[in-house]
Ligand binder design. Structure first.
Ligand code: ADP
Length: 490
């Protein structure tokens, strides 16, 4: 983007009326940027802050809390939707972390280096080793920090691609997002940090190379929020089909697990301000998405013992392998889908399943034969498949598909199945940052005043994200960016 089209705060405030400014913004191609009538008629107001944080997902809320607790109190959080929490609300697996107090208490041996090595390996060595090591080294601290905020994640399980139990969930095993977002929001409210809902960030304001604020549409009113630092925590792009197919034409037509506000605005704003976007074609598809409701069936379901079978009633892959491989294997099955099959033990151990049941996506039978009939799969084949799977766990026989994790034998009784196929899940690429969460240009130089954290950034996951690592990413780097900015502005 040519420099002349960038808004500078001085130019914006001094020479540009709201209408002209918003016309210019419309030209940037942000989704949903059409100015409302009210916005186009009212003059741009301005407000002054030390820092503006864009996004109320885990990254943005954590950044605000951490900044505030380090003494940076003149801050505001923006959320373009009417509900807060973003995709973090949907986080189901948990938060991977190593060398935590909870692991130690439960006798789980782990190391930050092993966590980092497995994260890089899971991403086929395309992640940034420095960012990954930083994330893993600071993961236990983030678990303790959350605990201090009243968010206890002490129920620990496995996710695909990890060699040990390091996925931290709420005590009752429920989906992490639904504990995290209300917990962080309570901490934000307790501190009196203002949150502007239905306030859409449109464009970064610049003064020379530096970011000096952000232009917003605040419930239809154009405003310039002047700030010494802007933290972009705007999440991903999964709900913006045009942007998804711009970077990955092969993903046209895929359903998405993302909330409607995940439209990639942060990438556009950052790029327009000079930041480099990296690995944007690395958009993760998740193997277990129910297609009618776009419901993500949590990885913990497979980690707790569920298997994937095709329409012939046969298993076809190691269910605990990485998401890219499991997704690819599913697409090769007849019809390009699978049944995620599990027993009452798995049902009872995963709180999320009763929610799936309420949504009407769980098929059920009082026996294997009844379930087979309910899902139109050959009963004898399904019974043989389950018997063979049970043998892995009971007599130590090696699995023909190489599964070694979460092999828990089915017990007779109620059986369940959810029809799943891959769906667009997570933007693994994004704004290039360093371990201070500074947004970097293509030469690796920080853009003064611009920071980013969470899904909007790139480099942590490489070309394959491990389940449980997104929450670690948003918490470690969300907390970090708040602290870094508070320190920088002190
Ligand atoms: P993360 O996991 O990185 O915290 P989330 O998806 O949970 O990301 O949260 C990002 C939040 O940012 C969402 O609530 C989303 O609606 C919000 N958001 C995205 N773009 C904008 C924007 N232009 N202005 C304000 N909020 C935005």
């Amino acid at each position: 983007m040519e420099a002349s089209r960038l808004l500078s705060r001085r130019g914006f405030v001094a020479g540009m009326g709201a209408t002209a400014a918003l016309v210019a913004l419309g030209g940037f191609g942000l989704t949903g940027c059409t100015p409302s009538k009210a916005a186009s008629e009212s003059p741009a107001e301005s407000e002054d802050y030390d820092a503006v944080i864009v996004g109320t997902g885990g990254a943005g809320l954590s950044a605000a809390i951490a900044a505030y607790d380090r003494g940076l109190t003149n801050i505001v959080i923006l959320e373009k939707m009417a509900v807060n929490g973003g995709n973090t609300n949907y986080s189901s697996s948990g938060m991977n972390a190593s060398e935590t107090t909870f692991q130690k208490d439960q006798g789980i041996e782990d190391s930050n280096d092993a966590f980092a090595a497995e994260t890089l390996e899971g991403g086929h060595d395309t992640g940034d080793p420095e960012l990954v090591q930083f994330m893993c080294d600071n993961s236990a601290g983030a678990i303790d920090w959350l605990d201090g905020l009243g968010i206890k994640l002490d129920n620990i399980t496995m996710t695909g691609g990890m060699s040990t139990k390091r996925c931290h969930r709420p005590t009752d095993g429920s989906a992490v997002g639904l504990t995290l977002v209300p917990g962080l929001m309570a901490a934000v409210e307790e501190r009196g940090i203002p949150v502007k809902m239905s306030c859409e960030a449109k464009e970064l304001l610049k003064d020379g190379d530096a970011v000096v604020g952000i232009a917003v549409d605040d419930k239809g009113k154009a405003k310039n929020l002047n700030a010494r630092a802007v933290i972009l925590a705007t999440g991903g792009l999964g709900a913006n089909q045009d942007m998804v197919t711009k970077y990955r034409p092969d993903l046209a037509g895929y359903v998405t697990t993302n909330q409607p506000g995940a439209t990639g605005d942060g990438y556009v704003m950052a790029e327009n301000a000079g930041a480099e976007l990296i690995q944007m074609d690395q958009i993760q598809i998740h193997p277990t998405v129910e297609q009618e409701t776009s419901t993500l069936v949590a990885e913990g379901v497979r980690g707790g013992g569920a298997i994937l079978v095709n329409t012939e009633g046969n298993r076809f892959f190691d269910e605990m392998s990485t998401r890219d491989k499991v997704s690819a294997a599913e697409l090769e099955q007849p019809g390009g889908f699978a049944w995620c099959v599990f027993d009452q033990q798995v049902y009872d151990a995963n709180k999320a399943i009763s929610k799936y049941d309420d949504a009407g996506i769980v098929q059920q039978g009082a026996s294997v034969a009844e379930l087979a009939s309910a899902i139109g799969v050959d009963a004898a084949a399904l019974a043989d498949t389950i018997a063979a799977y049970n043998a892995i766990t009971t007599d130590g026989a090696a699995d023909e598909f190489g599964r070694t994790e979460g092999c828990i034998a089915f017990v007779d009784g109620n059986m369940y199945a959810i029809k799943v196929a891959p769906g667009i899940h997570h933007a693994m690429g994004g704004i290039r940052i360093n371990t201070k969460n500074e947004a970097l240009d293509a030469s690796g130089n920080p853009i003064p005043g611009l920071y980013a954290a969470g899904e909007v950034t790139g480099g942590i996951h490489g070309n394959n994200r491990i389940g449980g690592n997104a929450v670690c990413d948003i918490e470690v780097f969300g907390k970090n960016v708040g602290e870094v900015v508070a320190e920088a502005l002190a």
